[in-house]
Each structure stands twice: as C-alpha cells, then as structure tokens.
Design a protein around this ligand. Structure first.
Ligand SMILES: NC(=O)c1ccc[n+]([C@@H]2O[C@H](COP(=O)([O-])OP(=O)(O)OC[C@H]3O[C@@H](n4cnc5c(N)ncnc54)[C@H](OP(=O)(O)O)[C@@H]3O)[C@@H](O)[C@H]2O)c1
Length: 473
C-alpha cells in the first residue's frame, strides 16, 4: 500500500472549496495526470456518483473509475477509485481556517501483483505526481483553472529526469512489466488464426522472446525458418520445437546478423529455398555494454540492431508474398528516450554508452518501419514495429544484470513478450495495420519527449546512409 498525504491552504470558503473539489468532474482542471473526467449521472455529486477518468501515463491512456462512498458537506468526501491494476481511496477533509480553508488530502493506493519491494521503488515518483496534483488544486482554487493547467509538469519546465520518473519510467515500468500484459489481455479477442502454408522467417529464434515466438508460430502450423548464428543451438531448438508442436516444417539457416556478408548470403539461401516469404520477423538484437566492432568494421550495436535489420529486409524485398506479406520489427520501449543521431550512427563521437546506442538503434528501427510501410503499401506488405515489454530473457539478464535482479519479479515471461509478435504475424485484425508501433496488441505513440523527434531531413539522411553503408556488399 502506498499512502500519499498532502495538505494545502486556500483563500476560499469551505463551502466553495468543498463543492469544487468533491465534484471529480473538475479533476482534469487541477490534476495534470488526468486527461478527462466524465460524471455518469446528472445533478449534484452524492454517495454513489461515478466518474470515468482517462489518465495520461507517458504514451498510455489508461482508464479508471471513481465512486463517491462518503459525502459529508462541507467537511469530508471519500472516493474509491479502481484502475486496471490498482485501487485507490481518496479521503479529502476540509477544515475552516482564519483565512479560508485547509484541505487534507490522503490517497491510499494499492497495486495488484506488486511486491512490497516494488511499491517501495515506485513510491517516490508517485508521491511527486501526487504533490503536483495537490499543488494544481491549490493554484486552481486560488487563481482559477487556467493557471493550474499552465503550471503542469510539462509546461512548468520540470526537467526530463522528473518527467521520466513521473511518467515514462514509473508508468512505463508498470505497462512494460507483466502487469501491463495482464491488464491488456483482458480486452483481447482470441488469436486463433493459423498460419498453415505461410512461409515465416524469424531471426534470433534460439533464445528468449524469439524462441517463444517460434514455438507459437510452429503451433500455428507455419512453415518456419529460424535464422541463427549458432548451429548447435539452432539444431537443438528446431528439434525441440518439432517435438513439442508436431510441426515438421521447422528449419534454420545460419548467419551472424551483425555481418553484412552473412546477411547477403542467407538472404540468397532463403529466396532459393522458400521462393516467397509471407512473414519476416526481425527479432534478433542485443545490448552491448562495451563498444566493439564487427569483422567488417561496424560498431556492434549499430551493426546488429540496425544495419543488419535494414540490410536483411532490403535483400528480401522482392520476395515478399504479393498477397499481404507482413514484416515485424522488434524494437524496444527504450527508444522513447533517444533521438537518432544520423551524424554518429556508429557511436564514435561521445563516450560509448551501450543503453543509449541500443535505444538509438531501436528508435531508427521504428523510423525504418514507417518508411517501409509507405514504400511497400502498394505491394500490400504491412510493416509494423513492436515493443515486447520487459521480458525475463538471457539477453536482458546478461546486458542489464542490476536491472534484472531489481525488477525480476515483475518481468514478463518470454511467451508474454512474444505475444504481440505472434498476433502481428497471424491475426486478421493486425493485417489491416501498417507503419505502427505496438505494445500488447495496441498501437502506441512513438514520441513521448518532443526533443526525440527527428526531422524529415534526418529520416531521409538515415535511409541514404544505411543504403550507402550496405552498397559495397
Ligand atoms: N528482453 C527484453 O526485455 C526486451 C525488451 C525490449 C526489446 N527486446 C528485444 O527483443 C529481441 C529479443 O531479445 P531477447 O530479450 O529475447 O534476447 P536474447 O534472449 O538474448 O535473444 C536474442 C536472440 O537474438 C540472437 N542474436 C543476437 N545477436 C545475433 C547476431 N549477431 N546474429 C544472429 N543472431 C543473433 C540470439 O542468438 P543466440 O541464441 O546465439 O545468442 C538470440 O537468439 C531483441 O531485439 C531485443 O532487443 C527485448
């Protein structure tokens, strides 16, 4: 349970303060975390009055409902709130003072499925958001609603770290964790479409998310090829998938996807073997904490997470099926923190930071997704990017051991992380979309921080550079 307690003094009478504050249709005027609040009944607030709220959590728009459970004019109101993964009780007490009214605001918040340790971890960011809301209430009551809205976290100049802590990190944490998956899946229809006869290619199917996706795709009867770099692992995984699913149409091809010469060769073998491709899943990727270069002289993050994805997709361009092929690019929520730097794609101009390099490559993948979606729309190829959430895989454990041990209990399983990949590959609904960025079967904004927006010129420059760098192979 997280308890937020704040008190403010305002220069208004108890009656007017009570009337304004207790009617939660006004909350959007003073709480910057609320986009809208709709009162479900006409007339004055009373016990049983219901408010449907849309909240703003970074790129997400979760819903919650408040019901008034105690209404004692002009001294107290209690509202019980319920979101998809949390409950809140807001107790607001009003006391007359010589100059106006004091409001004592207390919120008791309980997240379902969150350990004590994680609550402790989230509490500071949540308390900061609560403080901003109650200060917004104070400003609104003393100066009117326009003042409070202007003074939100976004326009008050609060720095990016604050914004991250309050919005992206905290809320991202929830949505990217298994809670986000469990919350979202309540709204899903069954994904029972099969992929019988569909030629599906997945990179990085030997571990983590890719392996879980490969099993599901084989269960859906896809004709599946895994592109892997480690032959022994590939043999073992293919044998296991065939044994588990009974689908014998599972094979592999070998390539190091950070090496362009390998990619050129594997693309040729794929086209020779498959003739046409219905689904390409660019899943392989990694975060490297130290800067190293491939045998071809490319910085490894750039080569594996961006240039290789670009080159493989471009090499296969003419072999995508003419009847609704799909490309799925596995990006990451980390990309929200970074803008591309076209002048420094290979991370040479600043001290190397693996997380930043990874996020930039994943940002570029989202841009490529949008560019390909436009270019391939006439060929009826749907191109989408997705974020699997934060998933307990060997990759994350190796790259971010501290993060892994801290949040281990709320990470998704590989199957949960793979769900949207499989849905994008197989479902009829997903086939209607192209150029989007998905998390848990829902399209999401690609920009959270305005400063991470690239210009059209930078998008074109990215395209030209990737083409130039791969032209010699
Ligand atoms: N886990 C998360 O929380 C998370 C979050 C956001 C995005 N992602 C993305 O999800 C994707 C899968 O990651 P994961 O967490 O499942 O990691 P993982 O367990 O390390 O699996 C990565 C897969 O990619 C393969 N791979 C890596 N580099 C390769 C290369 N140069 N050539 C060929 N194959 C290569 C690996 O092959 P080996 O088996 O030979 O190592 C493995 O099959 C990645 O794109 C990652 O960036 C993951």
């Amino acid at each position: 349970m997280i308890v937020l307690k704040e008190s403010i003094d305002v220069n208004q009478t108890m009656a007017s303060v009570f009337k304004y504050t207790s009617d939660f249709k006004n909350i959007q005027e003073w709480d910057p975390g609320v986009i809208s609040s709709v009162k479900k009944q006409l007339g004055n607030p009373r016990v049983g009055s219901i408010y449907d709220l849309t909240l703003k959590f970074g790129p997400f728009r979760p819903k919650m409902t408040y019901v008034i459970s105690e209404y004692s004019p002009y001294s107290k109101v209690i509202l019980n709130g319920k979101g998809e993964s949390f409950k809140a009780t807001d107790t607001i007490a009003f006391v007359q003072t010589p100059v106006g009214t004091r409001i004592d605001y207390r919120a008791d918040i309980q997240f379902s499925g969150l350990s004590n340790r994680m609550e402790y971890f989230f509490a500071p960011a949540l308390k900061r958001s609560g403080k901003k809301a109650i200060l917004g209430l104070k400003e609104t009551l003393n100066h009117g609603s326009r003042f409070a809205r202007k003074n939100t976290w976004f326009s008050s100049g609060s720095n990016i770290v604050d914004y991250m802590a309050d919005h992206t990190f905290f809320f991202g944490m929830l949505m990217f964790s298994k809670l986000g998956y469990l919350m979202s899946r309540r709204f899903w229809a069954k994904n029972d479409e099969i992929l019988y006869g569909k030629k599906v290619v997945i990179t990085g199917g030997t571990s983590g998310i890719g392996r879980a996706a490969a099993i599901k795709l084989a269960e859906k009867k896809a004709d599946l090829t895994i592109i892997a770099r480690n032959e022994q692992k590939a043999v073992t995984v293919c044998q296991a998938i065939i044994a588990q699913t009974g689908n014998s149409h599972v094979d592999f091809l070998l390539a190091d996807l950070g090496v362009m010469a390998d990619i050129k060769q594997v693309a040729k073998h794929l086209i020779d073997r498959k003739k046409r491709i219905d689904v390409l899943i660019n899943n392989a990727g990694a975060l490297f904490n130290d800067r190293t270069e491939t045998s071809e002289g490319f910085e490894r993050t750039f080569a594996t997470d961006l240039l290789g994805v670009f080159y493989l997709t471009q090499r296969l361009k003419d072999s995508f099926s003419k009847s609704g092929a799909r490309i799925i690019n596995v990006s990451s929520g980390g990309m929200y923190t970074q803008k591309i730097d076209v002048k420094d794609l290979q991370n040479t101009q600043q001290p190397y930071d693996g997380t930043k390099a990874y996020a930039r490559a994943k940002r570029a993948i989202v841009i490529l997704t949008e560019l390909w979606a436009q270019q391939m729309s006439r060929a009826k190829v749907a191109v989408n990017a997705m974020h699997p959430g934060w998933v307990d895989t060997p990759g994350i454990e190796t790259a971010l051991p501290g993060f892994h041990s801290l949040v281990h209990s709320i990470l998704r399983t590989p199957e949960q992380g793979a769900d949207t990949i499989v849905w994008l590959a197989a479902s009829k609904e997903a086939g209607k979309w192209s150029g989007k960025f998905w998390l848990d079967r829902r399209p999401h904004e690609t920009i959270v921080f305005p400063k991470t927006t690239e210009s059209e010129k930078e998008r074109q420059a990215l395209w030209v550079k990737l083409n130039r760098l791969t032209a010699r192979f």
